[in-house]
Design a protein around this ligand. Structure first.
Ligand code: SF4
Length: 310
């Protein structure tokens, strides 16, 4: 099968070619995607008060959103989350912290938590989303047992500067590159519905292809009151499905993961997304918005022919 070109990808997003786009994406899914629905869980291990000005985010200190704010939750809470995730049959647990990066003490805290999580749950995958990380931080996290690093590109590189001015795509790429160099698995995706044009959706999909992540989380913007994107409507469900199909065509075998915004979606739309290539999910609560019901998504995945569970 010939890899899709950028021009072809843009023309497939025209409404009159919708059916073709989705059928081609489904065909690629059937051929290239492992028929096992991967689930991870996350713990919001430090919330709010973030110095960065990401226009979509409830946790930025630049916007008044009333989001819950608290400091590092501690090792015990992380171990509890790992046990719950394992009991739910999740493949992996991710520690997520708000903020641009970690201080020296933050890194030590996360490392201590990782070691205890590994002791308590020897078989669960360990992931973390900790903002921008230096090679030094990453080496310590690696030694503490971290296996996967999450850092989203968020959107098309050409759109990102209008959505965040406190850090850059280049900063993110430096973290991802350093993580890859140390042998980490990479989880890198973004948010759709932030005003991207067809061309920018394609640009985003190809930028991800260049990174070649091990997982692509696909968030759909859940507009949050108080953020600059708070009055954007919820993305048209058909556009959500088309976006998933496009991401699948450009990234034929990478797991595409339901993430934020799943709760705004009907099960019918979620099933269409799975048909078009979604092949993984997040079980349990997300960061500032409710997550999918694990049982709902598990059922949809099984109905689509996927196996689920460790
Ligand atoms: S997306 Fe991350 S870096 Fe940006 S404001 Fe939210 S917590 Fe901070």
């Amino acid at each position: 099968m010939q890899p899709i070109t950028r021009d072809e990808a843009v023309t497939l997003l025209k409404p009159e070619r919708r059916e073709e786009l989705r059928e081609r994406a489904h065909e690629v899914t059937e051929r290239c995607v492992e028929k096992r629905f991967d689930f991870c869980s996350i713990i919001n291990a430090r919330s709010g008060r973030c110095s960065e000005n990401c226009k979509w985010c409830a946790q930025s200190a630049h916007w008044k959103t009333g989001c819950e704010t608290y400091g590092w939750v501690g090792t015990e809470a992380c171990v509890k989350a790992a046990k719950e995730a394992a009991a739910n049959g999740a493949d992996r647990i991710g520690i997520v912290t708000s903020g641009r990066c970690l201080s020296h003490d933050d890194v030590e805290n996360v490392c201590a938590a990782l070691r205890e999580m590994r002791r308590a749950e020897p078989d669960i995958g360990l992931c973390a989303s900790l903002g921008l990380l230096s090679e030094d931080d990453l080496a310590k996290l690696n030694a503490a047992g971290l296996q996967r690093v999450h850092c989203n590109l968020e959107t098309a590189p050409s759109l990102f500067p209008s959505l965040c001015s406190t850090h850059t795509i280049a900063d993110k790429l430096a973290t991802l590159r350093a993580a890859k160099k140390l042998g980490f698995q990479i989880c890198c995706g973004g948010i759709i519905g932030m005003g991207e044009t067809d061309e920018q959706l394609v640009e985003f999909a190809f930028a991800l292809r260049e990174i070649a992540p091990d997982s692509i989380p696909v968030n759909v913007l859940h507009p949050i009151e108080g953020t600059p994107l708070g009055d954007r409507g919820i993305l048209d469900p058909e556009r959500v499905v088309d976006s998933v199909a496009l991401l699948r065509l450009v990234n034929p075998s990478t797991p595409l993961r339901f993430a934020g915004g799943r709760r705004d979606m009907s099960d019918e739309t979620a099933a269409k997304c799975i048909y078009a290539g979604m092949s993984a999910g997040i079980a349990g609560p997300l960061l500032t918005t409710p997550g999918a019901d694990f049982d709902d998504d598990r059922e949809l995945a099984v109905r689509a022919g996927y196996s689920v569970g460790r």
